[in-house]
Design a protein around this ligand. Sequence first.
Ligand SMILES: *[C@@H]1O[C@H](CO)[C@@H](O)[C@H](O)[C@H]1NC(C)=O
Ligand SMILES: *[C@@H]1O[C@H](CO)[C@@H](O)[C@H](O)[C@H]1NC(C)=O
Ligand SMILES: *[C@@H]1O[C@H](CO)[C@@H](O)[C@H](O)[C@H]1NC(C)=O
Ligand SMILES: *[C@@H]1O[C@H](CO)[C@@H](O)[C@H](O)[C@H]1NC(C)=O
Ligand SMILES: *[C@@H]1O[C@H](CO)[C@@H](O)[C@H](O)[C@H]1NC(C)=O
Ligand SMILES: *[C@@H]1O[C@H](CO)[C@@H](O)[C@H](O)[C@H]1NC(C)=O
Ligand SMILES: *[C@@H]1O[C@H](CO)[C@@H](O)[C@H](O)[C@H]1NC(C)=O
Ligand SMILES: *[C@@H]1O[C@H](CO)[C@@H](O)[C@H](O)[C@H]1NC(C)=O
Ligand SMILES: *[C@@H]1O[C@H](CO)[C@@H](O)[C@H](O)[C@H]1NC(C)=O
Ligand SMILES: *[C@@H]1O[C@H](CO)[C@@H](O)[C@H](O)[C@H]1NC(C)=O
Length: 468
Amino acid sequence: MQIWTCVSLPRGSCRMATHCRYHVLVMLLLGCTVLVHYSYDLSYLPSLRLVKEYDGGIQNDTLRTSLLTLAPNTTSPLLSAPAEEVLNPTGPMFQRINQNDAWVYSAFFDTYKNKNLIRVFGMQPHALKNLVFCHLGFKHENYTIEGKRTLLLDNHGYRLRVVSYECELIDDRHPDHVSITWVKTDSPTNSLGVLYPSSLQRNFTVCYAILYNYTNYKQIIQSVEFDRILRAEHFFVYNMSISNTTDALLRHYQKRGLLTVMQWPLPISEIHYHGQVLAINDCVYRNKGVSKYVVIHDTDEFIIPNNHDNWGDLIDQVNKDYDQQKQSPQSHEKIGTYIVESTFFQDRPNASVWSAIKQKYSISDQVERSFENYSLTVFTDLVRLQKVFVGGRQKSIVRPEMVLFPDVHTTITHRPSASDVTVRQSLALVHHQRKYLSSPTDIVEATSLRFKDKMLPLVNETYSMFFT
Ligand SMILES: *[C@@H]1O[C@H](CO)[C@@H](O)[C@H](O)[C@H]1NC(C)=O
Ligand SMILES: *[C@@H]1O[C@H](CO)[C@@H](O)[C@H](O)[C@H]1NC(C)=O
Ligand SMILES: *[C@@H]1O[C@H](CO)[C@@H](O)[C@H](O)[C@H]1NC(C)=O
Ligand SMILES: *[C@@H]1O[C@H](CO)[C@@H](O)[C@H](O)[C@H]1NC(C)=O
Ligand SMILES: *[C@@H]1O[C@H](CO)[C@@H](O)[C@H](O)[C@H]1NC(C)=O
Ligand SMILES: *[C@@H]1O[C@H](CO)[C@@H](O)[C@H](O)[C@H]1NC(C)=O
Ligand SMILES: *[C@@H]1O[C@H](CO)[C@@H](O)[C@H](O)[C@H]1NC(C)=O
Ligand SMILES: *[C@@H]1O[C@H](CO)[C@@H](O)[C@H](O)[C@H]1NC(C)=O
Ligand SMILES: *[C@@H]1O[C@H](CO)[C@@H](O)[C@H](O)[C@H]1NC(C)=O
Ligand SMILES: *[C@@H]1O[C@H](CO)[C@@H](O)[C@H](O)[C@H]1NC(C)=O
């Protein structure tokens, strides 16, 4: 069961209307100016304390404060994390907009509604509405124009929000650099190299979330190797703070050409989940033109097809079904986001069930020891919640050129005429390998074991290379 709460405030606008589009309760928007969406499940969660999964354009400080204090035990670690000041960033990192409470991270050439523009991603307080100026740098000259801003829908009650500054180009020349200021005549303190789409190199690229205080390197090995079986060709990770072994592992994958590490020395803490919406947008734009599909998930999540051997075959099937449903053979070309529903896999089966599974999937004792040795929870924690989350925990495979602003669970904004499709549960499910609740979980699902024979040699090889 889902609970939706509409909070009506006297000023502002109905920011979350797009979020509500699938739901009957959009009616509640009548007369309301801000909608807060709480996605949680009453049958599992005893009280309103859980406000973990809400999306809202909350403009009201009283309300925001009460939401944050309502959820002290379940929100992201960010709430208690100390602010980290980064003094000497090098490389593509956060750069401050002069002395203002705003930072930029990356810049991309983009074409939107037939206009060429430079899109700069950054973060700023949501209330800031001053003019924005773009200083566009070419080989021999530069010019300054007024830009626009679009706030992304990642407010979640924090002071800072992810923003896209858009600088429309006045002619066909392509700038190398862009800087942002609030005052036209100010000398910029930031300068970002503009990234242009390059030629198609891959079918599937995976964007992971931000690694913060991250020590679980075995989980990264499990995730990377599993995704490689499903045809992932490259991975992006955002490095905020990691253990030494994790660091060594990332370098190992970097050297093999499998992984790009983006540095993420977040200069402020007052942003949702360490700015993960910014990282996701950066990652998807970085892969525009380069990767046909971008798969967005965390290191403890596995997008596993039920019948197909890889993501490519899965998508072909979804496209075929979609065309049939729309009764036109090219309809799928408009799909920008493939949404896969999710649930938690949190326990091991009991001894009798496990021994039946071992028999059915021909798992020898030695193979079982490898599962243990490498912490391959995707093969051992097969007892999942019966419930599948449709209203906020789903994960997406996106086509970068079709989406405007991708998000953690699903794309919030598509480009004109693009659409999304929800992948049927019978075709695929996100296996979220995490303890979520202690309530009884009564479904055993062993789909993942179809992949064990391909997986084990890859994992073995990685451990062998990594630890020698
Ligand atoms: C903020 O929300 C609270 C609770 O809904 C309300 O009492 C208060 O008047 C609101 N404040 C403003 C400035 O809108
Ligand atoms: C949060 O957790 C602490 C310790 O785990 C507990 O003492 C406290 O009562 C909890 N707060 C709420 C609001 O449940
Ligand atoms: C713009 O041009 C001036 C003068 O040529 C130069 O000093 C400055 O660095 C340039 N700025 C950018 C952003 O390219
Ligand atoms: C992408 O997938 C198509 C269809 O399966 C295949 O023909 C092509 O070789 C793949 N491209 C890359 C770069 O893997
Ligand atoms: C990092 O994680 C460890 C254990 O996982 C925890 O004890 C510690 O408080 C965390 N540190 C921060 C800054 O979140
Ligand atoms: C991690 O590596 C750094 C630099 O090599 C070293 O100073 C530090 O002691 C290491 N930490 C641990 C826990 O091994
Ligand atoms: C990850 O970030 C830390 C802290 O900024 C840095 O010391 C380390 O070199 C980075 N590791 C990789 C693989 O980029
Ligand atoms: C083991 O789990 C299965 C299904 O979850 C259940 O039917 C069975 O009674 C359990 N067996 C024991 C010995 O607990
Ligand atoms: C267990 O893992 C270690 C590396 O962590 C490896 O050296 C050892 O051979 C593995 N043993 C088995 C049975 O896979
Ligand atoms: C890899 O597999 C071989 C053969 O099963 C085993 O001898 C070896 O210990 C494994 N290596 C690792 C690092 O697990």
